[in-house]
Design a protein around this ligand. Structure first.
Ligand SMILES: C[S@@+](CC[C@H](N)C(=O)[O-])C[C@H]1O[C@@H](n2cnc3c(N)ncnc32)[C@H](O)[C@@H]1O
Length: 288
């Protein structure tokens, strides 16, 4: 792996103006599950990190199957954390002989762990040891930039260190189109800023026409924000102790209605009142 120059010239920065190198973010709870002191929450399900990555995020986006139909495939993640979802995706992609030619993994992280903290967490997952070691070898001392796996130039990891609310508009300017979203903030009650209607609207603007999403939470506020932004969401049987998880797909807005016939204005206005815009129709207070 090496750093790609592109982003290091104009490093994405945290909202405070400085790249954010943090230590002391990581601890472990009584079950040995990685835990954030800052957010008072666990990094992944107590029922197992790698299994959660595969069941919730990969299977929730119909991966690996969906990337087989494409030459290039883009994953966009909110919350890089321990890099666990990335490692699980990388492994699945390497082991899939029919995988897309190029995989681009974009991820945003506001409070990056130090390389020592990553090593502590990665020690829990021997199945990823070759890949996690590679990742840590290239972990930036000043956290910014894009990591490219040179030996397999077909895979790239683009890491953006900063607040998602600042980084997502940068990705929009770059005309990024994501095939899948991994929404992996901490619990919406403890990390509400990563699940806001504004974040969801950015995601919708970054969605490829057939984009899908997956997340472990089914909080009503998250479902509502996603639906209002134009995603159709559905509860699925949950992973581990959780009863449900969420999947969704992007519903591109319908073409605008043809201009009203000026001879019959009153009829058209009545019809519009009965048929709200597509996004409003799919808005729900609670998860379906
Ligand atoms: C549950 S952890 C992510 C776990 C990760 N996906 C993995 O596979 O290891 C949530 C992450 O979101 C990050 N985060 C929280 N708020 C954020 C924000 N506003 N912008 C970007 N990252 C944020 C946290 O620092 C944390 O690392």
């Amino acid at each position: 792996m090496r750093f790609q120059g592109e982003d290091t010239k104009n490093p994405p920065q945290a909202s405070g103006g400085k790249p954010v190198a943090q230590s002391g973010e990581l601890s472990f709870d009584e079950n040995g599950t990685p835990f954030s002191k800052r957010y008072d929450d666990i990094y992944h399900s107590v029922s197992g990190g790698p299994a959660q990555a595969v069941d919730v995020f990969l299977a929730g986006n119909a991966l690996p199957g969906r990337w087989r139909a494409k030459n290039r495939f883009t994953v966009l993640e909110t919350g890089f954390g321990l890099g666990l979802n990335f490692l699980a995706t990388w492994k699945a992609w390497r082991e899939d002989e029919a995988a897309c030619h190029e995989l681009s993994y974009l991820s945003i992280e506001k409070h990056p762990l130090t390389v020592e903290e990553l090593a502590q967490a990665h020690a829990l997952w021997p199945e990823f040891s070759a890949l996690s070691e590679k990742l840590r070898r290239r972990w930036p001392p000043v956290p910014t930039g894009t990591l490219i796996d040179e030996s397999e130039a077909r895979l790239s990891l683009h890491l953006y260190f900063g607040d998602a609310v600042d980084i997502l508009p940068i990705l929009e300017k770059k005309a990024v189109k994501a095939d899948v979203f991994y929404l992996d903030g901490f619990s919406p009650s403890k990390n509400p800023e990563l699940w806001t209607p504004e974040i969801c609207r950015h995601l919708a603007r970054l969605a490829a026409p057939d984009a899908t999403l997956a997340t472990w939470t089914v909080a009503g506020s998250v479902c509502a924000a996603l639906a209002a932004a134009g995603f159709s969401v559905e509860k699925q049987p949950g992973f581990g102790r959780k009863r449900h998880r969420l999947t969704g797909h992007y519903c591109a807005p319908l073409p605008k209605h043809p201009p009203p016939n000026t001879n019959t204005p009153s009829l058209f206005s009545q019809k519009d009142e009965r048929n709200p815009k597509p996004n409003e129709e799919s808005f729900t207070e609670d998860c379906p």
